[in-house]
Design a protein around this ligand. Structure first.
Ligand SMILES: Nc1ncnc2c1ncn2[C@@H]1O[C@H](COP(=O)(O)OP(=O)(O)OP(=O)(O)O)[C@@H](O)[C@H]1O
Ligand SMILES: [Mg+2]
Length: 230
């Protein structure tokens, strides 16, 4: 569905990804795993079109999108949830969602569906996003992305720095939306167990290279843990 073919990308003169190839399955989840600084967020920024490869190509459903701008990728059904629970802190939770919903004919319905997935958000709607907890802000950010009814969701460490009770809620919702079909997910995660439960494919990144990859599922866990310790 989304394919990276030998992608080299970086910032200014420094190259971060050195020839990364990967594939996100149609209607499935691919997980990118790796230590801090391995290049996982860089990978997602490149998928979202915020960074342009110097070499290699990116395809979406067979179409070469390597040179497409972020908004053109959004128009093709991509949604990106960056690392760090980002939202507009001075707007209320409702306004954060409305911003996206207003631009869509099906916005009202899509917003209701997103809130059904994160029911805890309903009573927080009048509250400023900046006053929400990290877990609540993360749910808000994912809900906002889902309002666009993406075909491909790019999720960067959705459970990072979040209290354990909320982590399982977020994980459950990601599994639920991923399994209802019609959407692919490229998931960046530090939690190996959850990532492999969700994913059909995994890729371990090390210093900007894929050093291990394979089918997801919990059976892959020991191979992945081993790849992450070397
Ligand atoms: N805006 C930037 N400008 C220059 N270098 C950057 C920038 N962002 C990241 N880097 C560098 O690129 C490399 C990969 O960073 P990246 O954020 O992609 O890693 P990551 O795998 O997402 O790490 P983490 O698990 O900490 O989120 C690091 O060496 C980092 O210092
Ligand atoms: Mg990162």
């Amino acid at each position: 569905m989304l394919e990276f073919d030998e992608v080299h990308v970086g910032y200014g003169r420094s190259v971060v990804l050195h020839g990364v190839s990967l594939a996100v399955p149609a209607d499935g989840v691919a997980a990118a795993l790796g230590h801090n600084g391995a290049g996982k967020s860089t990978l997602l920024r490149c998928a979202a079109g915020l960074l342009k490869p110097r070499q290699g190509s990116v395809r979406l459903d067979g179409e070469d999108i390597t040179r497409l701008a972020p908004h053109q990728r959004v128009a093709r059904g991509m949604a990106y949830v960056p690392q760090g629970q980002q939202s507009f802190p001075h707007l209320t939770a409702a306004e954060n969602l409305q911003l996206v919903a207003d631009g869509r004919r099906d916005g009202k319905q899509a917003m209701a569906e997103a809130l059904d997935l994160f029911p805890a958000l309903r009573e927080l709607l009048p509250r400023r996003a900046g006053l929400l907890s990290g877990g609540q802000r993360q749910q808000l950010a994912i809900a906002r992305a889902l309002i666009t009814r993406p075909r491909l969701l790019l999720l960067d460490e959705p459970t990072e720095g979040i209290q354990p009770s909320v982590v399982s809620e977020i994980e459950r919702t990601i599994l639920a939306v991923a399994s209802r079909g019609g959407m692919s997910v490229l998931l960046v995660e530090q939690h190996v167990g959850f990532a492999l439960t969700a994913a059909q494919r995994y890729y371990v990144l090390e210093a900007g290279r894929v050093t291990s990859s394979g089918e997801g599922g919990t059976a892959a866990e020991s191979a992945v843990r081993q790849a992450l310790t070397v």
